[in-house]
Design a protein around this ligand. Structure first.
Ligand code: ZN
Length: 401
């Protein structure tokens, strides 16, 4: 058993309790939170913070070798560059590339991440990850002629990942998007997810091009599909797509162009949203309307997305970007929500038993020190976001990593 004592303990529980000079007692799980608990305390120092470790709900580590290869500034131009460079980037992402990605996440206090795997080549590098992995086997493919082959390949990858299932490695599935997957495949994959109780992730309404294409079969995606697939009809209406995920645990990635009806549907099916502000900015697609998402009482997480559309996998940097981007929201309250977004909300998204300091939760914790005292506790979330890049200690299942 370990007992840590910090100047500030952020529980991230339902009432967002922040305790001053409090203690947390844990082994693999949290045993108790409060004052004068048994055991000798390790005091974390002046202006120390103890909070749940962060969770990066959506990444693509396969693209980890990208630094300057891809075109930013426009979604379709970026997508073209991804198609162009994909193979090259995958081949150059070997052991060191995954090691570096994990090292960066670990340093910034991330205990778990959701990995979108489109090829399965990342499995051998991630199966012994020191961080918890939720491994989303992704399906992509809309051409009826290759649907069977795509499905078979998907099943093989899924089965390989299921063999590795453990407390720290969880298999899951991903449907790339409503514009890139044949509806027959969607149904099959959702059926599997329901049967095996696997979380799902799906990109949804990331760009204006996607909006126009799915609504009217027009715009930049029309040219894109004619060029690459000679297939110029959208396969499904956005609302029909969302309805398919009823009775699943699904996180919709981006949702920048989701309309009222779609947000309402996401809420109705208890769907979650992952917000990737840096990625959205670099691809110049605008930003998610967080106020609306909140009004629909949808839980949103914040994630880095892959290095294919980011320069870093550090979640503190990501939420700092979000804090500065969403100029329509009050920074003090937004900061509170952003810390929830990378802890408890992300845990719900990935179906993990962590993300808050409450009895019975996994002891996935981080500690760090602020440069100075924070007099008014209401300011603590914003000060944490402004002044933290790396953590001092990271505990996963109660073990110091
Ligand atoms: Zn993504």
């Amino acid at each position: 058993m370990i007992k840590l004592k910090a100047d500030y303990v952020l529980t991230m529980n339902k009432t967002y309790d922040i305790l001053k000079n409090a203690e947390v007692l844990f082994d693999k799980e949290i045993i108790d939170i409060g004052y004068n608990l048994p055991e000798k305390a390790i005091y974390l120092g002046k202006n120390s913070v103890l909070m749940p470790a962060l969770i990066n709900s959506h990444t693509h580590l396969e693209f980890g070798s990208n630094k300057t290869s891809l075109n930013y500034g426009d979604f379709i131009t970026w997508l073209e560059s991804v198609i162009d460079k994909r193979e090259e980037l995958f081949v150059s992402c070997k052991a060191d590339c995954y090691k570096n990605a994990i090292k960066e996440m670990k340093k910034s206090g991330i205990c778990a991440f959701g990995e979108i795997s489109s090829s399965g080549t990342d499995l051998k590098y991630l199966k012994h990850s020191p961080l918890k992995v939720v491994y989303f086997n992704e399906i992509i493919g809309s051409n009826p002629a290759i649907v069977d082959a795509m499905y078979q390949d998907f099943l093989n990858r899924l089965n390989e990942s299921i063999k590795l299932k453990s407390k720290n490695f969880k298999p899951a599935v991903s449907i790339h998007s409503p514009y890139s997957v044949h509806p027959v495949l969607m149904d099959k994959i959702i059926e599997i997810a329901k049967e095996k109780n696997l979380p799902i992730e799906a990109h949804f309404m990331e760009s204006r091009a996607e909006r126009r294409w799915l609504d009217k079969g027009e715009g930049e995606f029309k040219l894109f599909f004619e060029k690459h697939f000679k297939n110029a009809k959208p396969l499904i209406k956005p609302l029909e797509f969302l309805k398919k995920f009823k009775d699943t645990n699904t996180t919709f990635i981006h949702c920048v162009y989701a309309n009222e009806k779609e947000l309402q549907k996401i809420n109705e099916i208890d769907g979650k949203i992952a917000h990737c502000p840096v990625s959205n900015r670099l691809l110049n697609v605008g930003k998610l309307d967080l106020e609306k998402v909140k009004n629909y009482t949808i839980d949103y997480s914040v994630a880095t997305d892959g290095l294919s559309s980011n320069y870093s996998l550090n979640l503190f940097k990501e939420i700092r970007a979000a804090l500065l981007m969403h100029t329509d929201l009050h920074p003090k309250y937004l900061a509170k929500d952003l810390l929830k977004a990378v802890t408890i909300n992300a845990a719900k998204s990935l179906n993990l038993n962590n993300g808050s300091i409450e009895k019975g939760k996994d002891a996935d914790l981080i500690t760090f020190q602020l440069p100075d005292n924070v007099e008014n506790i209401e300011n603590l979330p914003i000060q944490i976001i402004l002044h933290t890049n790396e953590v001092e200690r990271l505990y996963i299942n109660g073990e110091k990593i």
